[in-house]
Design a protein around this ligand. Structure first.
Ligand SMILES: Cc1cc2nc3c(=O)[nH]c(=O)nc-3n(C[C@H](O)[C@H](O)[C@H](O)COP(=O)(O)OP(=O)(O)OC[C@H]3O[C@@H](n4cnc5c(N)ncnc54)[C@H](O)[C@@H]3O)c2cc1C
Length: 398
């Protein structure tokens, strides 16, 4: 291979670039990113940078020397608009094109929005550093109330950060219990309690009918008729994979770029990170994973797949963390609401515990509240294919 193009200059794309160079790729490397910034880290955007504890200068994923060391042509601030697999080139929105032998697709995902809120001041989503700084400015302007729509992990972190700034926060969630579809009702309730214990006014089982105001947002009307005054609204209702630029390319697009088990989407084309959907044999499931750790690991795996041509299956145990107030919540594996569960260490009342999830006699997941060591131990057990009985025996012995 003489020329590789990476589309998406963020976590997965950067890790792919680093891997290609580390593993000996000496050809031309081009990285295309539609944001004007060099690769930066997103997790602090809902935590330290949003709260003001850190400046945005702490977000970059690599310093300039490290980026220069990759000897790549960085095309930043310009969108890739098309992929031509026959002519083997990527077209950019500025009309130029870049030829490739191999391409890494790492264009991630963007936030879903609520129709009708376009252009209404004070209504935000959170994906980019610019989104974060805009929300931060609004939080610092002493708002009367912050309304967070959606109690998923991003919403819950924004609510926690805003409460820590001593703001009045209402969080609205359509499901009866947050995270019920991932963690089950009991563990979802613990997540809800953490928010309520810290003064978040969490309204569950209710949707949003409208968000309105003049130039800026003034109120949120809920589906039960409640009207909430609001100066700031942060919408955290999930993401959409950035696949539009691939329409007509011949790749299979279905809630992400569909790959084989080794992350190959077509000959010479791999995908990684939030955009990639692939069959993870370990869980016998086709999945798309929106976690930091996956963007790192899959970026590395996809780059090697491209470089070596070897179809090594990518079969990680997905893992993520979320920081809310003084709790570090971690989840490894693939959990479902009807899995069997067992608290294997600590106590729910103290909000310091780990809960194992099992299905069909196997350990499939571990949820930890301030139990990072246990989460990693049980993640390793999942990785080793432990049965439920193995996991329970491990819990008794440790
Ligand atoms: C606020 C926030 C907090 C988070 N916190 C956590 C956490 O605590 N724990 C955790 O595990 N995960 C967390 N995540 C998730 C984690 O950051 C993502 O999983 C990770 O960023 C995915 O990396 P990626 O490279 O696949 O995609 P992205 O980071 O989305 O990057 C894709 C890049 O491609 C660009 N792009 C899109 N389309 C094009 C195009 N056509 N041409 C060129 N460029 C394009 C995008 O603008 C973007 O820069 C958080 C995410 C956010 C937003």
């Amino acid at each position: 291979m003489n020329a590789v193009v990476i589309v998406g200059a963020s976590l997965a794309g950067l890790r792919a670039a680093e891997t290609l160079r580390r593993d000996g790729f000496a050809g031309t490397l081009t990285v295309i990113g539609d944001e004007p910034h060099s690769p930066y880290d997103r997790p602090p955007l809902s935590k330290q940078i949003l709260s003001g504890k850190w400046g945005p200068d702490r977000a970059p994923l690599a310093d300039q020397d490290a980026l220069d060391g990759l000897d790549a042509d960085w095309r930043l601030g310009v969108r890739a608009s098309a992929l031509d697999l026959d002519a083997r080139h990527v077209t950019l929105a500025d009309g130029t094109s870049v030829a490739f032998d191999g391409v890494v697709i790492a264009t991630g995902a963007r936030c879903r929005t609520i129709a009708g809120t376009e252009g209404l001041g004070g209504v935000h989503t959170l994906r980019t550093v610019d989104d974060c700084l805009a929300i931060r400015r609004d939080l610092q302007a002493n708002p009367r109330r912050v309304v967070v729509v959606g109690a998923g992990f991003i919403g819950a972190e924004v609510a926690a950060t805003a409460r820590e700034l001593d703001l009045d926060v209402t969080m609205v969630e359509m499901a009866p219990v947050p995270f019920e579809r991932i963690l089950g009702a009991e563990m979802g309730q613990v997540c809800a309690d953490v928010q309520r214990d810290h003064g978040v006014d969490l309204r569950t089982g209710v949707g949003v009918d409208s968000i309105s105001g003049g130039d800026r947002v003034e109120r949120v009307v809920l589906s039960d008729g409640t009207e909430l005054d609001a100066d700031v609204v942060v919408v955290g209702v999930g993401v959409t994979p950035n696949t539009e630029w691939l329409e007509g390319s011949g790749l299979t697009i279905d809630n992400g770029v569909v790959c084989d088990e080794s992350c190959l989407a077509a000959p010479g084309v791999v995908a990684a990170g939030d955009i990639a959907r692939w069959p993870n044999r370990r869980f016998d499931e086709v999945m798309r994973v929106e976690h930091w750790d996956n963007a790192v690991e899959q970026g590395v795996h996809a780059a090697r797949r491209l470089l070596t041509g070897e179809p090594v299956p990518y079969e990680p145990v997905p893992w993520f963390w979320s920081d809310q107030f003084d709790r570090k919540i971690q989840l490894a594996g693939r959990t479902r609401p009807d899995d069997q569960t067992e608290v294997v260490t600590g106590s729910i009342e103290e909000r310091r515990f780990a809960t194992a999830y099992g299905r069909n006699g196997k350990l499939v997941g571990i949820l930890g509240f301030n139990r990072p060591r246990h989460v990693m131990q049980y993640r390793q057990l999942i990785n080793d294919g432990a049965t439920w009985d193995d996991a329970m025996a491990f819990a008794r012995e440790s």
